[in-house]
Design a protein around this ligand. Structure first.
Ligand SMILES: [Zn+2]
Length: 149
């Protein structure tokens, strides 16, 4: 997606969990604990993949995209389909996306990645500093105009 930025990849953490599981240091009941909410989100808003579940190897994983951010108001924390994200990214300045993989067969679930989307990413510098500078300059200009009166 065009405005995607600040991507955090959690595949290392996932591999670590799977290693722990193989070594018997954690049980499947510890990692296959998808809540009914997460499973519903996967059913209704999930993105099917052709990747097999690493635990049961009988179902394909589903990706769920959760969105967070002040601009979302009451929609914050809800799941969205992948096709809805570019539309939101053009409407909102900035929001966070958390991608969770879920297996509807054995309830395995793990955070895959997180990233930011939104129009702020179109400017080129997404750190927000330039925008603050612009606002500051504007404020200074206004103060100067007021001083001249
Ligand atoms: Zn599974």
């Amino acid at each position: 997606m065009r405005t995607q930025r600040q991507v955090v990849d959690y595949s290392l953490q996932k591999r670590a969990v799977l290693r722990e599981l193989l070594a018997g240091r954690v049980g499947t009941y510890d990692v296959c604990d998808a809540s009914p909410y997460l499973k519903n989100a996967a059913r209704f808003h999930g993105e099917p993949t052709d990747r097999r579940c690493p635990i049961c190897r009988s179902e394909n994983l589903t990706l769920v995209h959760y969105i967070y951010g002040d601009e979302l108001k009451q929609s914050a924390g809800q799941a969205r389909t992948l096709t809805e994200l570019p539309v939101l990214a053009m409407t909102l300045r900035e929001f966070q996306v958390f991608v969770v993989e879920v297996c509807l067969g054995c309830d395995w679930n793990h955070l895959v990645e997180q990233y930011l989307l939104g129009r702020d990413g179109l400017t080129g510098d997404s750190d927000g500093a330039s925008e603050q500078d612009a606002a500051g300059a504007e404020g200074a200009g206004r103060r100067r105009r007021e001083a001249q009166r």
